[in-house]
Design a protein around this ligand. Structure first.
Ligand code: ATP
Ligand code: MG
Length: 415
C-alpha cells in the first residue's frame, strides 16, 4: 500500500499546530468573553438540512457536497458549512425557548468537493459564530465587532471589512427584477455558469469571480438603492455603530453570498496579501432560516472564519512558551529514577521530556534539538555518586545536584 492521503485532505503536522492552537484559543477567548458558548455539531446530517437551507442552485449544493447513502439507504451529507446544522440543532432542541440571543460558536472541519488549490481544500476548517433570536442592528454590529476584535488581537495586517445589505425578501425581489433587466442584454457576454444563474439565482452573477463577467457587469445597479425603508434604516444603524467603534469598512454591493438564506447585512473580511482565495471570513443575517428549518420565525446572524487562510497570515514562529527540562538516563536504576522524577515534575505543572536511546551522547543531541532549557543527566557514574549533572542549555553551565533532592531543586529552577 502506498501511504498517500486523499487529494484536498491535508494533514496538520506538529510543526504547524501551534498556529492552529493560537487561533483556536484566541477565538475561544474572544467569543467566551462575549457570552458565547461552544456547540459541537455532528460531521454529518441528512442531506436536506443543507439542500433545503443553502439552496438547490448554489455552488455548494449543486456541485460541492459529499453526499452518499448509508447502509439503510438514507441520504447523508458531510457538512459543507456550520450554519445549517447549528440552526437544525437550535430548532431540534428548542433553544429558541431559552434566553435570546442564543449565542453559539463552533469549530471544526467542513467538506466541499472543490478543485484543490492554494487556500482551497476539500476538508477545511471553520470557526463560526451564530447569534439567534434578535433582529436588532445592534446585534449585527456586535457580531462584526467580535470578528474584527479577534483579528485585531491576533495582530493580522492588511485586512479589509466589506459590508452590504441584501434587504428582506420584499426588497430583494424588487432588486432582482431590476438586475434581470440590466443583465438581459449582457447575457451573451457572460460565462455559461452566469447564463444559468440568470434564470435560477441572478444575484449570484454578482459573485462570479471571472474577469469577463466582472468587466461586463461593472456598471450594474447596486442593491442598496432598492432597499425598503426598514432595511435601509437597519443598514444605516449597523454602519453607524461600526463608525462609533472606529471599525473601518467598505461598502461592496457585490457581496451577495452564495447561499440562499442570507437577508439584510452581509459581510466579508478580505486579506489583501492572499491572492485569489482572499476571503478569510464571511457571514451575514439569515432571518428566514430558522423558520425554513421548521422552527418559529426567528432572526439570526453569524459568520465563519476560514481557518487555513487565517493561519497562512500568522507570521510568528511561536517559540516554546515556558522553559522545560529534558531527562536523560542510561539503564537501570537511572531510568527508574528519571521516570519517577518526570512524573513528579509533570504533577507540579512543569514540562518534562524523557530521553530515549542507548547512549547519553545521542540523548544529548535530541535534548539540544528539543529546545529544553535544562538537561538532567543520570548516567551510571552519576548514580554511583548520587549526583546528577544539570546542564543549562543556554549558558552551557553545569552543576552537580544531589539526586535525592533533585525534585526540589528542579522545581526551584523551573517552577
Ligand atoms: P469562496 O468565495 O472562497 O468560495 P465561500 O463563499 O464558498 O468562499 P463561505 O461558505 O462563506 O465561503 O465560507 C466562509 C470562509 O470559509 C471563506 O471565506 C473561506 O475563508 C473559507 N472557505 C470556504 N471554502 C473553503 C475551502 N474549500 N477551503 C478552504 N477554505 C474555505
Ligand atoms: Mg465556495
Amino acid at each position: 500500500m502506498e501511504a498517500k492521503g486523499i487529494k484536498g485532505f491535508k494533514d496538520i503536522l506538529p510543526s504547524e499546530i501551534k498556529k492552529w492552537q493560537y487561533l483556536e484559543r484566541k477565538a475561544e477567548e474572544v467569543f467566551e468573553n462575549a457570552g458565547y458558548s461552544e456547540i459541537r455539531i455532528p460531521l454529518m446530517e441528512f442531506t436536506e438540512v443543507f439542500s433545503r437551507s443553502i439552496g438547490e442552485d448554489t455552488d455548494i449544493v449543486e456541485k460541492e457536497m459529499y453526499t452518499f447513502q448509508d447502509k439503510s439507504g438514507r441520504n447523508i451529507t458531510l457538512r459543507p458549512e456550520g450554519t445549517a446544522p447549528v440552526v437544525r440543532a437550535y430548532v431540534e432542541h428548542g433553544l429558541y425557548a431559552g434566553p435570546q440571543p442564543a449565542r453559539l460558536y463552533y469549530l471544526g472541519p467542513m467538506f466541499r468537493y472543490e478543485r484543490p488549490q492554494a487556500g482551497r481544500y476539500r476538508q477545511f476548517y471553520q470557526i463560526g459564530v451564530e447569534a439567534l433570536g434578535i433582529d436588532e442592528p445592534l446585534l449585527d454590529a456586535e457580531v462584526v465587532m467580535m470578528l474584527w476584535h479577534l483579528f485585531e488581537k491576533m495582530k493580522l495586517n492588511d485586512l479589509e471589512l466589506q459590508i452590504n445589505s441584501l434587504g428582506c425578501r420584499n426588497c430583494r425581489s424588487i432588486y432582482i427584477k431590476k438586475l434581470k433587466e440590466y443583465l438581459g442584454d449582457k447575457l451573451p457576454l457572460l460565462c455559461p455558469d452566469c447564463k444559468k444563474r440568470y434564470d435560477v439565482n441572478p444575484l449570484r452573477v454578482l459573485d462570479c469571480k471571472r474577469d469577463q463577467c466582472r468587466e461586463s457587469t461593472k456598471d450594474v445597479p447596486g442593491i442598496l438603492d432598492s432597499l425598503c425603508k426598514s432595511c435601509k434604516e437597519h443598514f444605516e444603524d449597523v454602519k453607524g455603530y461600526l463608525g462609533e467603534l472606529s471599525i473601518p469598512f467598505k461598502i461592496n454591493q457585490r457581496i451577495v453570498r452564495g447561499l440562499d438564506y442570507y437577508t439584510k447585512t452581509t459581510f466579508e473580511v478580505i486579506a489583501k496579501g492572499l491572492g485569489a482565495q482572499n476571503a478569510v471570513a464571511a457571514g451575514g443575517r439569515y432571518d428566514g432560516l430558522v423558520e425554513d428549518m421548521g422552527g418559529p420565525p426567528t432572526p439570526g446572524i453569524g459568520f465563519a472564519i476560514g481557518v487555513e487562510r487565517v493561519i497562512s497570515l500568522i507570521q510568528d514562529t511561536f517559540p516554546e512558551q515556558k522553559p522545560f527540562i529534558y531527562l536523560t538516563s542510561l539503564g537501570n536504576p537511572g531510568h527508574a529514577l528519571s521516570i519517577k522524577l518526570t512524573r513528579q515534575l509533570r504533577d507540579a505543572g512543569i514540562k518534562a521530556e524523557l530521553g530515549y536511546g542507548n547512549s547519553l551522547k545521542s540523548q544529548m543531541k535530541k535534548a539540544d534539538k528539543s529546545g529544553a532549557k535544562f538537561v538532567l543527566i543520570i548516567g551510571d557514574e552519576e548514580i554511583r555518586k548520587g549526583l546528577g549533572i544539570l546542564r543549562d542549555m543556554d549558558t552551557k553551565a553545569q552543576d552537580n545536584i544531589d539526586l535525592k533532592q533533585a525534585f526540589e531543586i528542579l522545581v526551584k529552577r523551573l517552577g
